[in-house]
Each structure stands twice: as structure tokens, then as C-alpha cells.
Design a protein around this ligand. Sequence first.
Ligand SMILES: Cc1cc2nc3c(=O)[nH]c(=O)nc-3n(C[C@H](O)[C@H](O)[C@H](O)COP(=O)(O)OP(=O)(O)OC[C@H]3O[C@@H](n4cnc5c(N)ncnc54)[C@H](O)[C@@H]3O)c2cc1C
Length: 282
Amino acid sequence: MHQTTYHRAQSVEEAANLAQGASDPRYLSGGMTLLPTMKQRLVAPSDLIDLRHVDAMQGVSEEGDMIVIGGATCHNDIATSEILQSKVPGLAYQASHIGDPMVRHMGTIGGSIANNDPAACYPSAMIAMNAVIRTNKREVSAEDFFTGLFDTVLEEGEIVTGVAFQAPEKSGYGKFPNPASRYAMAGVFVAKTADGVRVAVTGAGDDGVFRATGLEDALAGDFSAASLDGKSVDSSNLMGDIHASPEYRAALIVAMAKRAVVLANGGDPDTKAATPAGTAAA
Ligand SMILES: Cc1cc2nc3c(=O)[nH]c(=O)nc-3n(C[C@H](O)[C@H](O)[C@H](O)COP(=O)(O)OP(=O)(O)OC[C@H]3O[C@@H](n4cnc5c(N)ncnc54)[C@H](O)[C@@H]3O)c2cc1C
């Protein structure tokens, strides 16, 4: 049997020091990805350093005109945050549609971002909102942070302590979930600011999250779902698997972008009226 030592860190500094002194450490947040990976013997850490009890990494707050979310904040706290529900409803909606209740109460934004699963929801919000990812060593823009499938710029022992962004004027998310896992088969986050519209896509790109600039151009002039009628997305760099072909994912991206815009404009993206033909509401 493999021996693992569990540590409950009380501060970011303590966590980083524990990691530095261990032979093969892993940070533990919700454990929603890490623990199944350990059960499958894909990783066997010498030390598990639990970040969930670090107060400085908890909760949603405002710093001047920035909204800050601690890295150890669980999805349910993001979904139910009054700050986010009123100022960034797209992000609250996104968090409320992650996985199931257990995943939402255990999984964290820091763990999700560090893991950068190609079908994870938050990377799309971070890129669309031009967020900054805060670590114990630096601040990195989301566009530089996510570097490919399950890959980020995080270095050995670096901790995602939180994320920070300005609330967009409008925000929305549309997601077509895999019916078994609930991860996104295509998830589209739309953010409208004074500088324009940014659209980021998760679950579909064969190199992870990406911006859909064609959809951004269409929405810049007319921020309505109708402005996406007839628009398409190039399928050549999209994933194909047993669940959906690249071409099907391309169609889903446009459909989910429409739902995201409906939500951003104050509508209900899960109603039939907001659901384009062939993409039943999730
Ligand atoms: C059944 C199921 C359904 C899911 N559905 C969705 C979904 O619909 N959408 C979605 O987006 N996600 C989904 N997830 C993923 C889930 O929401 C978690 O975000 C994800 O599993 C990782 O978060 P965690 O906090 O549990 O991290 P952990 O599993 O604890 O850690 C994951 C990895 O990140 C590292 N790590 C953790 N925290 C940090 C940190 N702060 N800094 C640096 N490294 C860190 C760990 O060492 C580990 O390598 C699902 C998961 C499950 C099991």
C-alpha cells in the first residue's frame, strides 16, 4: 500500500513550504479530480497538502472595481454569491451548472483552473472576462495562463490563490453538457464590456479553451442572439470523439453562444424559445 501524508495548511506560505519539503507533493482542493486519479494509481503523492482551510483563499469579495474569488472557493459559493449573482450573473449561472451537488460543494475554482481540463467551464469565463489568475508568485492574464490540454503556466509548487476581474456590463454562459459526466461538450461564455465583446469556448477545442473571434465580431455590432443566425465556426481545430464530431461541436458552439447572449440580456437560456432547433435544453 502506498503511504501518503496528509497536511492541513492554514496559510498559503505554510502550504508552499510544505510542498517544498516533500518529495512528490500534490495540493488538495476539492479532490474531485485528484482523488479519482489517485484511486486509479495514476498519481501516488508522497504528501497531500489541503488548501481548503486557508482563509485567505476563501470567498468572493470586491477590491475597488475588481471582483476577487479565492482559489479555495467552491462552485456552490460562486453560484450563490450575491455579488456574482447581481454583477456577473453569467459566472454564477456557470458555477450552478457544474457537475452535481457534491461536485459543486467540494470542487473549487483554483483546482479547476490549475487542472485545466479541456471540458472544464471556468477557463471560458476567465478568458472571456480577461481575468487575472493570482498565484503565490505572480499574476498572469488568463490568456497566457491556459497553455493546452491539462496544461498551464503553473510551475512546480505554485498555488492558484485566486482570480480577479472587472465585472462586465453583461455576461452569460451556454453549456451543452455531456449527459453522463455533466462536463461541457461545448460551453460558451460571452462577456460584453465598454471595450467590446469577448467570446470564449470550452469543451470543444482540440487544444483547450479558445476565443471565437468570428462570433465576437458578429456580437460587437448587435448584441443579440439573432445576430448569430447563419454564423458558423470552423471545425478543423475542434475535438471529435464518441460523443460528438468536430462538425457537431461547431454547431453546438453557435447554439450555446446564442443561449449565453439570451442569459446576458436578462432572458432564460433554458426556455424553449432560447433553445435553437436540435439542441434540447440541458
Ligand atoms: C462527476 C464530476 C462532474 C464534473 N463536472 C464538471 C463540469 O460540469 N464543469 C466543470 O468545470 N468541472 C466539472 N468537474 C470538475 C470539478 O468541478 C472540479 O473543478 C475539478 O475536479 C478540480 O477541482 P478540485 O477543487 O476538486 O481540485 P482537486 O481535484 O483537489 O485538484 C485538481 C488538481 O489541481 C491541483 N490543485 C488543486 N488546487 C490547486 C491550487 N489552488 N493551486 C494549484 N494547484 C491546485 C491538484 O494538485 C490537482 O493536481 C466535474 C468533476 C466530477 C467528478
